[in-house]
Design a protein around this ligand. Structure first.
Ligand SMILES: C[S@@+](CC[C@H](N)C(=O)[O-])C[C@H]1O[C@@H](n2cnc3c(N)ncnc32)[C@H](O)[C@@H]1O
Length: 248
């Protein structure tokens, strides 16, 4: 078992969830989990980066509220995450997931894993992140992973078996893309995803920031916008889609 799960397994329900998640991750040989030791090693290398090390310290204390309250408009925030939802935004996400009978999120293009950790801590949902093997996030210069991540090949034909399985076994799983920037890869993940709930987080109309898909793009004729909420007053949005089934 990794350091994080050992350290946190005495800390209540959230920690028990994290332990289960880590244990399942560790059984998969193409996946990575991040131990406290790993995070500390990386943090020493980036000690000069006050923002990153302050967020890491809050993460170790489990203080997700302070992360979003203190850093949502920090000039360096994009080093770890493009969107810092408010507690109200997490509540909206949680309630909507409950209405749609989802208790897991598969977050594709998760980057540092900060959003995924914030969602787990604030809502209790299980969140699995997916990133590209060999991308910046896996390099030794990148900030450490803040939540467990599955690494996969950028080529969909060589997708990691665990990621493929999660896309298929998705009855109670929503797929999430936050500031995703790869339209063709998005189309291919959506084609493989067997679930019926998708969450797109990104810039609204006129924000002038690139993302593909954007929250209010047409996702395909089977997908209908179910609900949405602005992230603070940022013109970033959380848009939640449901797939029309033959029965609906
Ligand atoms: C702009 S970043 C957003 C990262 C994070 N979601 C955030 O909001 O901070 C887009 C991420 O998508 C990842 N990405 C691009 N193509 C991908 C693919 N085919 N599968 C998984 N992740 C991919 C990139 O490596 C990058 O980390």
């Amino acid at each position: 078992m990794c350091g994080v799960s050992r350290k946190r397994c005495n800390e209540g329900a959230a920690a028990r969830r994290e332990r289960c998640f880590f244990m399942s991750i560790e059984s998969e040989n193409r996946c990575v989990s991040v131990s406290v030791e790993g995070a500390r090693g990386r943090r020493v290398r980036s000690m000069e980066d006050g923002f990153v090390s302050e967020v890491l310290a809050l993460r170790e204390r489990g203080d997700w509220r302070q992360v979003v309250d203190k850093y949502h408009d920090h000039p360096q925030r994009n080093k770890l995450l493009w969107v810092f939802p408010s507690p109200e935004n997490f509540k909206f996400l949680h309630e909507t997931m409950r209405r749609l009978a989802c208790d897991k999120i598969l977050s594709v293009g998760c980057g540092s894993g900060l959003l995924e950790w914030l969602i787990m801590e604030s809502t209790g949902l299980d969140v699995v992140g997916v990133e590209v093997e060999g991308a910046w996030w896996g390099s030794r210069h990148a900030p450490p992973a803040l939540a467990p991540r599955l690494l996969t090949d950028a080529d969909s034909a060589r997708r990691a078996p665990r990621v493929r399985r999660l896309l298929q076994e998705s009855a109670a799983t929503a797929i999430l893309f936050c500031y995703f920037i790869n339209g063709p890869a998005f189309t291919s993940y959506m084609a493989e995803f067997a679930g019926s709930v998708a969450v797109i987080v990104g810039p609204g109309p006129g924000k002038g920031v690139h993302a593909d898909p954007k929250p209010f793009d047409e996702l395909g004729r089977d997908w209908n916008l179910f609900d949405s909420q602005e992230v603070r007053r940022s013109n970033d949005h959380i848009a939640i889609y449901v797939k029309r089934t033959a029965a609906s």
